[in-house]
Design a protein around this ligand. Structure first.
Ligand code: PLP
Length: 416
């Protein structure tokens, strides 16, 4: 049982950065979303139940039987070399060609973000992110106290002409943008994909203004529709003039419980990241990497991705269809070609946080949009994760949500 303490006796001891560490007002409400009677569109939880647990057990046994000594030992801070060899094959599926030495394995994508923030951000530095952007990235970055510039996205991804404007203005003031953080494929949270034209343009801008792009790509292999677009990393071909740091995670390709992510970067940056790993946790779990190595050594892993795609695409279709059938005029939403999320925009007079209380009461949960903006915008926006619920629950939950939205609109209009 958690004890409620009202006076913080240690306040005078905390570092300044604690004040900028994100505290979610909706956390208590969302903790309810774990209740079994709640239909949750809140968390981006992958469908791990579709994995073959017997096979995983076999991989774990093999990791202990063949390689117990190393699997249970500290590993190198860069990551388990044979596993990196497997990661190279995974990335080749998206036309990314790198060597083992270009990779550092991290404890999930979340640690990758934290390490990148740690090596690049001084207090007051400027960074550019999508608006809305992945809340976990905003949280990580905020604890290093930068100026976060959120540049709006439309259906083709971040508005690159606005990025250019920002870079121009800041460079006139002799301000260096430390990095541009992007989730170009089926973004978390907006679901939109950055067009090829914009990918080329933003890479050109990164070069022109001598900054780097952090390309975060957890969902790239989970495409349900349309043609894949080259990663920005794939476009960044000049070995002596590289401007893309690529990162991804095992969380959506295997399972988040493994806590494995990775970063691909130029060698000098990899060296700094290794120092970061050494200070943070010495190394990513040797045991987890060893089992993941077995998983990716079995060509059947690609079939698991096909299974994931078939499950998620059905859920996406159900959510999109039910939204079209039930939501009133004045609402709009993104149409993701992959990934986990749909971004719903309500009429500007509605407040997504207020609505959440009603939704939870009716056993439906989602995440209000404001947590995905560094400056608290997005009051009338909602992130809907379609990955975790079965189609029948998605249909039921969206119908409930639509009724709540319709009732609120009616109430608002009755006061006009
Ligand atoms: C865009 C993005 N980056 C990073 C992460 C963190 O992933 P991990 O589970 O590997 O920490 C997530 C998780 O949802 C994500 O959506």
């Amino acid at each position: 049982m958690s004890k409620k303490i009202t006076f913080d006796y240690w306040k005078h001891l905390y570092a300044d950065r604690v004040a900028s560490m994100y505290s979610s007002e909706i956390r208590d409400l969302l903790s309810l979303s774990a209740r079994p009677d709640i239909i949750s569109f809140a968390g981006g939880n992958p469908e791990v139940r579709s994995l073959n647990f017997q096979k995983l057990e076999k991989y774990a046994k093999r990791a202990l039987r063949i390689d117990g000594d190393t699997s249970l030992q500290y590993g190198s801070s860069e990551g388990y070399y044979p596993f990196k060899t497997r990661l190279i094959e995974v990335m080749k599926l998206e036309d990314i060609h790198v060597d083992e030495e270009d990779i550092v394995v991290t404890t999930g994508g979340q640690q990758a973000l934290d390490l990148l923030a740690k090596i690049f951000i001084n207090t007051g530095d400027h960074i550019i992110v999508e608006a809305p952007s992945y809340a976990g990235a905003i949280n990580s970055f905020k604890s290093y106290q930068p100026n976060i510039i959120g540049v709006p996205v439309d259906e083709h991804g971040i508005k690159v002409d606005l990025v250019e404007e920002k870079l121009k203005v800041l460079s006139k003031q002799k301000i260096q943008v430390k990095f541009i953080y992007l989730v170009p494929n089926f973004s978390n949270p907006s679901g939109v994909t950055l067009s090829l034209e914009r990918r080329k343009k933003i890479l050109k801008l990164a070069k022109q203004y001598n900054t780097v792009i952090i390309e975060d790509n957890p969902y790239g292999l989970l495409r349900y529709q349309g043609k894949s677009i080259p990663c920005i990393k794939t476009l960044d071909v000049k070995q002596d003039d590289m401007h893309v740091i690529y990162m991804s995670t095992m969380s959506k390709l295997l399972a988040p419980g493994f806590r494995i992510g990775w970063i691909v970067a130029p060698h000098l940056i990899i060296q700094k990241l290794n120092l970061g790993v050494q200070a943070a946790d010495l190394c990513t779990s040797s045991f987890a990497q060893r089992i993941a190595y077995e998983y990716f050594s079995d060509p059947g892993w690609v079939d698991n991705i096909k299974t994931f795609i078939s499950i998620y695409s059905q859920r996406r279709d159900t959510m999109l269809n039910t939204l079209s059938e039930t939501l009133p005029a004045g609402c709009s939403w993104s149409k993701p070609e992959g990934g986990f999320f749909i971004w719903l925009t309500l009429p500007s007079y509605l407040n997504a946080k207020e609505l959440l209380a009603d939704a939870i009461r009716a056993n439906v949960a989602y995440v209000p949009g404001s947590g995905f903006y560094a400056d608290g915008r997005g009051q009338n926006e909602i992130r809907l994760a379609f990955c975790s619920e079965r189609p029948e629950n998605i249909e039921k939950g969206i119908k409930i949500l639509a009724r709540i939205i319709r009732d609120k609109i009616k109430l608002y209009k009755s006061f006009q």
